[in-house]
Ligand binder design. Sequence first.
Ligand code: NAD
Length: 291
Amino acid sequence: MERIIDGHTRMYCLIGSPVGHSGSPAMYNYSFERLGINSAYLAYDVPLEKTGEAVAALRLFNAGGFNVTMPCKTEVTKYLDRLSPACELIGASNCVVCESDGTLTGHNTDGLGFVANLRVHGVDVKGAKMVVLGAGGAATAVTMQSALDGASEIRIFNRKGYTFYPNAELTVKKLAERVPGCKASVTDLFDTEALAEAVKDCDILVNATKVGMAPLDGETLIDKSLFRRDLVVCDTVYNPKETRMIVEAKAAGVRAAIGGIGMLLRQGVEGFRLFTGAEMPADEVMEKFFA
Ligand code: NAD
């Protein structure tokens, strides 16, 4: 179907800085065209201090919704009318839906995408014991969404004395108050003995640090001797598509070794559904843009 922008075309976009490298415009525009939805998706470079102005402009122009990337993900929550439970717990939004009554609702699709991608691989977080490496944006989204979706225990490991450790402490505190069914704790990543014990005792191991992506490509935080047949190993890193941790986990024959590219795709699928109520043609998008 030929795509024509007309007076009824609904506008969606990405805000943040930089945005030029983002795959979102291609992924969304392809899906709009494919499904015959009269909408267009653009990317606007917005610095942190202009976040509020950008949100006001999108409200004025009656955008259908917008995605938010760094550095605006936390700042944007100040300007929204409502936050989803996960978004509120995470304290950051990467997907804002402009409702028909004009209200703006913040969601966080990183965690939703992570859980959905696991489901595609036949893995459910419900009742699972998890180890999450990291306490930054991706780690917090993964941890909070997994807790909300029924993980029984989440042990976070992060380098003590570094920027993100207090984040992990805050996550543990929030989970104790708000999702008490999920037992959460944080331990120093440098405590290799505690890490090994935790990995031995968990069902799902997630690397949500930057280890594995350039310039830390070729590095891993997990000794391959810890991999076993009933362990699920996941990475949030998607460039390279298979990190050393994923390659070693596959070679060891773990239950599932899941790279970050599927999470990236699935967060787009979740966002598309929130924006339009329609299903993104995920397999086609994966093949066309992420293969
Ligand atoms: P962030 O800067 O918010 O957090 C970085 C985390 O990595 C922190 O916990 C930090 O302590 C840890 N870290 C950094 N260097 C380390 C080192 N040398 N040793 C141990 N820990 C180290 O970053 P983020 O946005 O959370 O991104 C983390 C990774 O997740 C990146 O590779 C990013 O591309 C990826 N990511 C993937 C998706 C997806 O959809 N697949 C979504 C978001 C982020």
